[in-house]
Design a protein around this ligand. Structure first.
Ligand code: NAG
Ligand code: NAG
Ligand code: NAG
Ligand code: NAG
Length: 378
């Protein structure tokens, strides 16, 4: 036994390695799947196509000649973090099955098993694993191998939207903002002023990450068209905003005047409404008083009762039983007041029409006291 120098851990590793290499069939070690040297990550643009290159050889072979007696099982899988392994393409027993947009670059049988992906979408990003298993015609394994290539599907910036934040007046500050709704990797921004007074802006007035351009102490000469470019490594898009620096009274002042006028008008309207309501409210009690006054007036009440009711309602109520005895003879004697009172109860009566016209909602409640009054009089 060979004495292995080093720690027990390294000895264990070496033993394991030796063990694996001895247990594995010699043919397995010979099959090799290749990807271009140094290539582990690919980038492609959304909507475009990409080829994930892969091919296999046997150790010691120099040509890609296809041995006639090979049975190939080939699979391309997509691995995405947090998602199930997805089979993109399979070539089994001479039959190819694939997801839409996925195909092999070379017709099988071929030792070049490169995968082509067309009409790329952002969701096609992930790790593509090529897994290969070769047998001879007798069903004896000639080896197994796999390789992984990572694909990033990039998105050029979508057309950004440009905005002017602030009121452009001489001496004030404004910010021009620019944002692209979609881009991968995240877009960067630059602002420039279009000719004739072309100008390119840099930090600190320009924030390349946020897309904002800060313009301070505005002057009339700074008026013009400002163009924003949103860009990443696969594309760019533009928007623009026109800056018009005003010298007269600022838009804020004008806006303030307009708002002030509107508030004034609103207050005036409110006052008018309030006044009208109060006028109605004053009319209504007057009407009630009038109706209350009608009832006694139609009755041939003694003048004393009038004076009592004028002194106070409470005294008139307490005095009313005392006044009843004289009322009874007068009511039975003079038949004119009671029909007139009964005529007041239906709404069709002249009194009812007047009260309903003045306060439609209170017409009925007003009539009820009149009725009870007449009832108490009977
Ligand atoms: C296999 O095909 C891919 C794509 O066409 C190519 O890039 C690669 O070089 C090919 N491999 C060999 C060994 O020819
Ligand atoms: C404009 O920016 C300058 C410099 O940052 C600042 O001193 C000034 O107060 C700003 N003016 C207004 C109106 O915000
Ligand atoms: C603003 O600009 C005017 C001239 O355009 C200059 O006189 C003034 O000093 C500037 N103010 C500030 C705060 O930079
Ligand atoms: C500004 O954008 C509009 C469309 O949004 C475009 O028609 C116009 O040509 C642009 N102006 C400049 C100076 O880029």
């Amino acid at each position: 036994m060979v004495s292995l120098p080093g720690s027990p851990a390294t000895s264990l590793l070496q033993v394991l390695f030796l063990g694996l290499s001895t247990f594995a069939p010699p043919a397995c070690a010979q099959l090799q799947l290749h990807t271009p040297a140094g290539l582990t990550r690919l980038r492609a643009v959304e909507g475009a196509e990409v080829v994930l290159p892969a091919w296999y050889t046997y150790r010691g072979e120099t040509t890609l000649a296809q041995p006639p007696l090979e049975v190939l099982t080939l699979m391309w899988f997509l691995e995405q973090s947090g998602k199930d392994l997805k089979q993109v393409l399979a070539y089994i027993n001479g039959v190819t099955t694939s997801q839409p947009g996925a195909s092999l670059v070379y017709a099988m049988p071929s030792r070049n098993v490169s995968l082509r992906l067309q009409g790329l979408q952002e969701k096609d990003s992930g790790s593509y694993r090529c897994s290969l298993n070769v047998q001879d015609r007798q069903g004896k394994s000639r080896g197994h191998s796999s390789k992984t290539l990572t694909l990033d599907v990039l998105i050029p910036p979508a057309p950004p939207s440009c905005h002017l934040l602030g009121v452009p007046r001489v001496g004030t500050n404004v910010t021009l903002s620019c944002q692209s709704p979609r881009s991968k990797p995240i877009a960067q921004y630059e602002w420039e002023r279009s000719p004739p007074s072309a100008e390119v802006f840099f930090a600190p007035v320009l924030d390349t990450i946020r897309g904002s351009l800060s313009l301070k102490n505005l002057s009339a000469s700074m008026s013009g068209v400002y163009i924003c470019k949103a860009y990443n490594e696969v594309g760019s898009a533009h928007c623009n905003v026109t800056l018009e620096v005003s010298t007269g009274p600022g838009a804020a002042v004008v806006a303030g005047a307009v708002v002030g006028t509107l508030i004034g008008l609103g207050l005036l309207a409110g006052l008018v409404l309030l006044y009208q309501r109060q006028g109605k409210a004053l009319e209504e009690p007057a009407n009630d008083i009038k109706e209350d006054a009608i009832a006694p007036r139609t009755l041939p009440w003694p003048k004393g009762s009038d004076t009592i009711s004028k002194n106070g309602t409470l005294s008139s109520v307490t005095s009313s039983p005392a006044l009843r005895p004289p009322q009874h003879p007068s009511r039975t004697g003079a038949s004119t007041p009671s029909p007139s009172l009964r005529a007041l109860t239906p709404i069709s009566s002249p009194g009812g029409v007047v009260s309903s016209a003045l306060s439609p909602k209170r017409a009925v409640p007003v009539m009820v006291p009149a009725q009870t009054q007449s009832g108490s009089l009977v």
